[in-house]
Design a protein around this ligand. Structure first.
Ligand code: ASP
Length: 456
């Protein structure tokens, strides 16, 4: 049995949904179909989830919601028309949206989740109706009825362990189950969404719950590439990679697969396959537990921007018991999460995502570190990028770092920080954002052969 998840661009229009139906009907093992909300039809389009966020926010600000509501209904109407579904289903979707808008707004996060999740929920109903209309035995299943239980953290749900037992019951299905991605329900019955892009997480949880033989993740590219195709023209396609490699690469900007989505499938040892809805005969990328590493120690190069570092220097820091804990306590008190802490003997830097900082938070942190920790120097620097060189083969290959630093020297890129985790599955380099693309291209050329710059 296979769980097939179709992302936003795969369900963005009637034409795309027809491709989904063809893919589902050609393999009788595709029993569970997880769908996103309609995504972008072209680069200038707006995702339905973003239209819904606008709708929800307008309502919270007590604005006039008619135009925003129309924009959402209009997207579904054009899909339904293209699929020959008639107007009945659109009236139902519109009524559903109006009902959601009338719900309690005292917890704005939960209210927003309810509105956002309608994108997936209504699309699943619409796609189930279409599959039925072309003669496939399809049935919409709601995450509440299926027992997809999650923590009550609006916009940031985590699956609860008991959900897997409930979902297992879906295994005995004769029909094709169409399941909306992106949300579950708390034990109290509140709808809660996963982080953005979270339909991948739903698919992985379902694959683990029903113990599928394969989790297929359909998107709009033939495979995962060794570097960002917007930076390096026609990068190498990755045919096989491990869960850990995918996790590291998706953390650092490989948006093809949500970085939290692998864990459920990985724990149950379910292989994941990234495939293209627009070219389903292409074999895609298989994500598995182990692979052979002899060909190239490096599998991919990722880059992510928007990092800040809090630099702290204090003479004899290495001798001061509890310094690190007290420093991190200050970070924790501000509710911030950090990414790396490279350290010297008298200095350390805490690297975190810049979007978490405000001028007030920065001022408080710097002041507390100076006063409470008695630091000799403390300041915050911005606009760093993290480049990640990933590959399980680096573990037993001599010279990867040497090749990396030589490549960066050739590109005239200054290295601000180097961090290699003890697993040696990735090497992280902090550089200035202005150098990101140049660094990625030169590193790609070093590990994969010539890199051609993408002309936009
Ligand atoms: N529709 C949601 C988003 O745009 C979830 C998803 O597509 O995976 O983030």
């Amino acid at each position: 049995m296979k769980v097939a998840k179709f992302g936003g661009s795969s369900v963005a229009s009637a034409e795309q949904i027809k491709k989904v139906a063809a893919i589902v009907s050609e393999d009788s093992e595709r029993k569970i179909v997880v769908v996103s909300a309609p995504g972008k039809r072209d680069s200038s389009d707006t995702k339905v989830t973003d239209l819904l966020i606008h709708l929800g926010e307008t309502h919270l600000e007590a604005g006039d919601t008619e135009e925003a509501l129309e924009a959402v209904v209009e997207r579904y109407a054009s899909i339904a028309e293209g699929l020959g579904l008639g107007q009945g289903i659109i009236a139902t979707i519109e009524a559903d949206l109006r009902e959601r808008l009338s719900f309690d707004r005292s917890r704005p996060g939960s209210f927003m989740d309810l509105i956002k999740a309608s994108g997936e929920d209504n699309n699943a109903k619409l796609i189930a109706a279409y599959l039925q209309s072309v003669g496939l035995p399809a049935r919409y299943v709601n995450p509440k009825d299926a027992g997809l239980l999650v923590s009550d953290e609006p916009g940031n749900a985590q699956v609860l362990p008991e959900a897997y037992d409930h979902l297992k019951k879906l295994r005995n299905t004769d029909e094709i189950i169409v399941f909306p991605g992106f949300f579950g329900y708390s034990k109290e019955g509140t709808l809660v969404t996963f982080p953005r892009g979270g339909s991948d997480i739903t698919g992985s949880i379902l694959a683990a719950g029903v113990e599928a033989d394969l989790y297929e993740n359909f998107t709009d590219v033939d495979s995962v590439f060794a570097a960002n195709p917007n930076v390096v023209s026609e990068p190498v396609k990755i045919k096989k990679m491990t869960y850990r490699e995918m996790r590291e690469l998706s953390y650092a900007g490989f948006s093809v697969f949500h970085d939290e989505a692998l864990i459920p499938a990985f724990r149950k040892g379910i292989p994941v396959c990234v495939k293209n809805t627009n070219n389903p005969s292409s074999s895609g990328t298989m994500i598995i537990a182990e692979r052979e590493y002899f060909l190239n120690p490096v599998i991919g190069i990722a880059a992510d921007e928007g990092f800040s570092t809090i630099y702290v220097r204090k003479y004899l820091m290495n001798r001061e018991v509890g310094f690190g804990r007290r420093l991190l306590q200050i970070i924790e008190d501000e509710g911030l999460s950090y990414e790396h802490i490279p350290s010297g003997i008298d200095d350390t830097s805490v690297i975190l995502r810049q979007c978490q900082l405000t001028p007030e938070i920065e001022e408080r942190i710097v002041e507390r570190i100076r006063v409470e920790l008695g630091a000799d120097d403390v300041y915050i620097e911005k606009d760093f990028a993290m480049i990640m060189i990933v590959g399980e083969g680096m573990h037993n290959t001599v010279g990867v770092s040497a090749r990396m630093t030589a490549a960066l020297a050739r590109a005239n890129v200054n290295i601000e920080m180097i961090n290699q985790g003890s697993s040696e599955v990735s090497l992280v380099i902090g550089i200035h954002e202005k150098d990101t693309d140049r660094a990625v291209r030169e590193l790609y050329a070093e590990f994969f052969g010539a890199a051609v710059e993408v002309v936009q």
